[in-house]
Design a protein around this ligand. Structure first.
Ligand code: 5GP
Length: 114
C-alpha cells in the first residue's frame, strides 16, 4: 500500500489540524504557517500528487474544491475578496505532494505573487 500523505494523516486525525470544512469530496483546515489572516488548505480526499497527475475523470473534483473554497470564504467573512492558488512542481514551490487549493484572505494582496 502507498505511503499515506501528510494531508491523509490530517484527514484521519493522526496529525492534528484545525479542520473547518468537510464534504464527501474534500476537507479543509488552517495552514500551519499562515501567509494571510485567513489561510486555509482545501484538499481532496483522493491523494492526487500534483496538478499534472489529474485525469479527465477528476474534472468534477477540481470544481468541487473551488466551490468548497467559495463556501469557506463566505464562512470566514472574506467579503473583500480572496485569492486561490494551486502550486504545482518545484518552480511553484510545491512542498506537499497531495494537491491542495490555498485560500488566502483578510488582507489586500499584491500582484504578481513572489
Ligand atoms: P505547498 O507549498 O505544497 O503549496 O503548500 C503546502 C502547505 O502546507 C504550506 O503552506 C504549509 O505551511 C502547509 N503545511 C505543511 N505541513 C503542515 C501541517 O502539518 N499542518 C498544516 N495545517 N499545514 C501544513
Amino acid at each position: 500500500m502507498a505511503e499515506r500523505t501528510l494531508f491523509q494523516k490530517i484527514e484521519t486525525g493522526d496529525i492534528p489540524a484545525d479542520i473547518i470544512y468537510e464534504d464527501d469530496v474534500c476537507f479543509a483546515f488552517r495552514d500551519i504557517a499562515p501567509q494571510a489572516p485567513t489561510h486555509v488548505l482545501v484538499v481532496p480526499r483522493k491523494p492526487i500528487p500534483t496538478l499534472n497527475d489529474l485525469e479527465a475523470e477528476d474534472a468534477e473534483l477540481v470544481g468541487r474544491l473551488l466551490l468548497a473554497a467559495r463556501k469557506i470564504a463566505a464562512q470566514e467573512g472574506l467579503d473583500g475578496g480572496y485569492r486561490t492558488v494551486f502550486n504545482c512542481g518545484p518552480d511553484a514551490n510545491q512542498t506537499v505532494f497531495h494537491i491542495h487549493l490555498h485560500l488566502l484572505g483578510g488582507r489586500s494582496m499584491s500582484w504578481p505573487p513572489g
